[in-house]
Ligand binder design. Sequence first.
Ligand SMILES: [Zn+2]
Length: 326
Amino acid sequence: MPRPLGLRSVDTTILARWLLGDDPAQADLAESLLREPSWISQTVLLELGWVLHKALRLPRDIVADMFEQILALDTAIIARQERMAWAISRYRAGADWGDVMHLAASSAEIGAFATFDRKLARAAGPDSPILIETMAKLYFYYASMNAGKSTNLLQADFNYRERGMATMLWTAAFDDRGGDRPIKSRIGLGADAHLFDAETDLFARIGAAHAVQPLACVLVDEAQWLSREQVWQLARVADRLGVPVLCYGLRTDFCGRLFPGSGALLGIADALVELKAVCHCGRKATMNLRVDDSGAAVHEGAQLEVGGNERYVALCRKHFTEALER
Ligand SMILES: [Zn+2]
């Protein structure tokens, strides 16, 4: 037995023909259909936005006007109608239609909307129906000496600043190679940076700066000198403040031992990226040979012996071992 006809749900094509009037016969049919109570689903509205904005390339204002026309239909029954008005206004102001529809469609029990898209919270504005949680990662860029870590860091910093985004730079307090510019690359670039020592509470310091001016990124040079505790503080910066943290450092010392900061970062960073230096033999240089003033290999000593390029030679493991055996 056929079911009695209940409320009718309408497809994207019905709404598009009605709004565009590009096919008079179908437009009339659509018009008469929409004179009766009609359910308009959020998936249809999502697709309609795609058709009007992306496929037909209609201007944003025109598309927003069309959505409001649908919302104003007495016969239209739309889920979360009040949220749809919000979504249309944010879309009109520049937000992606798909993004605001995801937020508008979230049920009341949802506490937060998680995303990697850092622009979404700004586009959604202060009246977003749900909290937006921007997921940020803790990165560890590791290498031997002379792999261009500082150059890489300064380039990443430049990319953020070029877009008008604020960054915060850190480096180890006792590393004074840079002179007046704490972070200095071998190819002559330099930048100012905050200095951390064993006592620095990085979560507190970064959190305070972030409260004054929202940070797009935190960059840490000489990250091998971080304590385990400080690496966890940086993980909290990513997880709780939603600010990505890029750490650059050596993996191992002159004896092939992990540095404390590097061990902790290898353990808990979200992303590990190896920057490559090359041994004189052409193989990847993964080891740091410490040499004395006469150029002879050093076998023992403290991990902390800060020096420039002249004190270390980046070698592959084979040549590192051979140098120590000589
Ligand atoms: Zn080699």
